[in-house]
Design a protein around this ligand. Structure first.
Ligand SMILES: Cc1cc2nc3c(=O)[nH]c(=O)nc-3n(C[C@H](O)[C@H](O)[C@H](O)COP(=O)(O)OP(=O)(O)OC[C@H]3O[C@@H](n4cnc5c(N)ncnc54)[C@H](O)[C@@H]3O)c2cc1C
Length: 416
């Protein structure tokens, strides 16, 4: 039987980043994926993810600052770009509690940020906002290329000696009574022996963890099917929405929370979408756009049309609706904070679980990969060293407290 120092289950961005970190640190590493590598059925595929430091929660800002450094270092190692930097623009009503928290956080943690009023926002970014709105501009922003970035981590993991296997659905992880560590079993009967194991199974993580822990651990993670919309930029205005012209990645606080990235992946198209979706079973997707079928989709598109018309006027063709859509999965926790913790029980610190990245995990993958490997290899000692960093991500926060971590600003995700 194959013997590894660390076995990682799930080759999305988190598992692939962890595999790279583990192999690079000299650990004999195995990465297992149920589908093909770089498949489109999870959360880490596609053309763009935003990186931004403008979080209302101070602990995420700190993680993004660290992650940005690691994205750049990893790009240098692979020799091509996955991170396209631009500014980040956050918009919203002056009194929006999440925007107020973002500004507070910028003040404490970011060297450079600016607050723009209606006129300044229009002058700098040609974006229209109401009189009672403001815009916050920060330097740490931009676009990450998801599929390309996952491929980068996998390639580098192989380069550092990791073994990668796809079409390998894992159905169980047990303690190895004879030798210590864990035994990992696939649906087709293959078995792998590992001193340590990391489970990064995305929208499938609750199912797998429930099985592995014999029902002891139920992670409150809701898989959500979400849809990304691309809109046509009007002829003659294409350049305005590019990074080269200074166009930012952006988010609009409030209800609904709307986000977008500069025109980059498809010529003359811009991604503008809503942070939200509909609850689903990841194995029984509808691939539709919204709760409530055609009527729900029309309502969702209606919000976006109104928002685009108000912010960008006639520079984007909102009238005819989106020209392209892509479906993707979120894994949402009740407080939208991640889950990164030991599985405990009979596994003690031999199995680490990471999931519930709640639609905002991609940018953090480099630092999450490091944390996962540290916890798996270093156990309680590593957890003590990283105590401050990981204290918000413990599974135990939901015990007798279904809402999890208390937030001082409104929820952002609604089922749509
Ligand atoms: C539309 C959309 C937009 C987003 N925008 C942003 C953004 O702008 N910025 C940002 O930071 N984040 C964003 N995110 C979130 C980010 O993409 C996710 O947080 C991140 O990709 C989660 O990665 P993951 O590795 O946990 O999950 P996944 O990518 O789903 O990977 C989990 C993997 O585990 C595999 N697996 C599951 N069960 C098993 C098993 N039993 N055996 C073997 N393999 C298994 C799955 O097949 C899958 O490949 C967005 C997400 C979506 C969907």
């Amino acid at each position: 039987m194959n013997q590894f120092d660390i076995i990682i289950i799930g080759a999305g961005v988190m598992g692939s980043s962890a595999a790279y970190q583990a192999a690079k640190s000299g650990h004999k590493t195995l990465l297992l994926e149920q589908f093909d590598f770089l498949h489109y059925r999870g959360s880490s595929h596609g053309e763009s993810r935003t990186i931004r430091a403008t979080y209302p929660e101070p602990y995420y800002t700190q993680m993004v600052i660290e992650s940005e450094k690691l994205w750049k270092e990893t790009e240098l190692e692979i020799g091509y770009k996955v991170y396209f930097k631009t500014q980040q623009l956050d918009l919203g009503p002056k009194e929006s509690s999440s925007l107020v928290a973002v500004i507070d956080n910028c003040e404490k943690q970011l060297n450079r940020y600016r607050i723009l009023d209606r006129e300044q926002a229009n002058e700098c970014f040609s974006v229209e906002i109401p009189d009672d709105w403001i815009a916050v501009v920060t330097e740490l922003g931009g676009v990450l290329k998801p599929t390309k970035a996952v491929a980068m981590f996998q390639t580098l993991a192989i380069k550092h000696g990791a073994v990668l296997k796809d079409k390998m659905e894992i159905v169980d992880v047990e303690t190895d009574e004879d030798r210590g560590g864990v035994l990992v079993s696939s649906r087709l009967g293959e078995k792998f022996r590992g001193k340590k194991c990391v489970i990064t199974a995305g929208a499938w993580v609750s199912k797998l963890v429930q099985k592995v822990s014999n029902g002891r651990v139920i992670l409150p993670i809701q898989p959500i099917e979400t849809t990304v919309f691309y809109w046509k930029i009007k002829q003659g205005k294409e350049i305005d929405f590019t990074i080269g012209a200074g166009f930012p990645s952006f988010a609009s606080c409030g209800e609904p929370y709307i986000y977008g990235t500069p025109a980059l992946e498809f010529p003359d198209l811009i991604k503008i979408a809503i942070h939200g979706g509909r609850g689903c079973d990841p194995d029984k997707r509808t691939w539709g756009a919204a709760v409530g079928g055609a009527e729900g989709t029309a309502k969702l598109v209606g919000y976006l049309k109104e928002w685009i018309k108000s912010r960008f006027g006639d520079r984007i063709n909102w009238e005819d609706g989106p020209v392209m859509t892509q479906s993707c999965l979120y894994s949402i926790t009740p407080d939208e904070d991640y889950i990164i913790d030991f599985l405990g029980g009979e596994f003690n610190e031999d199995v680490v679980v990471a999931g519930g990245f709640s639609g905002h995990g991609f940018k953090m993958a480099p630092v999450v990969g490091q944390i996962l490997v540290d916890l798996a290899i270093g156990g309680t000692t590593a957890a003590a060293q990283r105590a401050e960093e990981i204290k918000h991500f413990k599974v135990g926060r939901f015990e007798g407290n279904p809402g999890g971590n208390v937030k001082h600003f409104g929820d952002q995700v609604r089922l749509r």
